[in-house]
Design a protein around this ligand. Sequence first.
Ligand SMILES: *Cc1c(COP(=O)(O)O)cnc(C)c1O
Length: 398
Amino acid sequence: MAPQPTASVDTATPPPTAVELTGAIARIREYLEREKPATPCLVIDLQTVRERYTELFEAFDGAKLYYAVKANPAREVVRLLVELGAHFDVASPPEIDLCLAEGARPEQISYGNTIKKRADIGYAYERGVRLFTTDSEADLEAIAEMAPGAAVFCRIVLADTGSLTPFGHKFGCAPEMATRLLAKAPELGLTPAGVSFHVGSQQLDPRAWDAAVEQAGEITAKLAAEGIELRMLNIGGGLPGRYSRPAPPLADFAAAINASVTEHFPSRPQLVLEPGRFLVSDAGLLRCEVVLVARKSTVDDRRWVYLDVGRYNGLAETENEYITYLLATPGRDGDTGPVYLAGPTCDGDDVLYQHNIYRLPMGLRAGDQLDFLNTGAYTASYSSIAFNGFAPLPTHCL
Ligand SMILES: *Cc1c(COP(=O)(O)O)cnc(C)c1O
């Protein structure tokens, strides 16, 4: 009997031929055709980043957009966002240096990582950064000492919000602790800016922000009663990119979030967003090559397709198959059959998809090209230096 696939398919993966070809994909394909860069590589269509930024800016009228640099730290992406007037959410001194080198002013930078060395806080302060996020007393005191007079967000921890890539309990503190820390900030010479949170990345539910906005509203009201005014509300990241599970349109997220803020805040705070994935994911295409197509048993008709890209050189977000990318096989169509997809390294975990059943053309051969669509976020930035000798994923920008 043929072994049954270990199927828990809640994401019906569309066959490659059913994938909608956007303008970005067409432009990137044209570039790949013309330049024939070595694979694997990531190509970013800057026009799409510009479009996403404009869409977001219009959907959240008056909000400040802090791009989460970790999503895609390509210099061209940061430079474009500087030109568009974006702000930047950074997590380390090298990300600060990158933003400043590409023309950002220090006032446009927020140090959003709640886990930082004292020396790194000092480094940020020396370069003019005056906005930090905290979630603990020890970090708040370090900010007071190393960045005197700075403004601080306090991040609250959320119960599971249904995100596809949840943060768990690593970041944020309980609301009562956040209230205490924000009340203590002025005693330490700091300006309490507001509450922050992150509903988890690739969030598909527009209502996921509501409970957090409500808690932030309660904290803000409590502190107002003590004479402490919080001017801002930082609703973090989480807006989705386009993968195999369809996401609601941006307008649905904006309507739900704006309604929450109106309901839970008597006067409208300055909204801060920290978009990462939303701005860059749909702008990227990862082109790779099929290394081997193999059958591992005479009775299993599910083929193993090995690629020159895997978990360690760009596709880290396939861990637990959290992110199920859309695939396309340019130049190959016809009948499809089920496959396991795996990367090129000698690591047993370097398997991309086995629980989600992807189907690829029966004619697929070693040497064929394969495209991972909408891969502009968390791909190149997650790639290892050279595990097993495989180079980190290069990025080309159009
Ligand atoms: C990673 C991160 C973001 C961006 O999240 P996305 O889901 O990519 O939008 C925003 N804020 C903080 C603090 C982050 O760590």
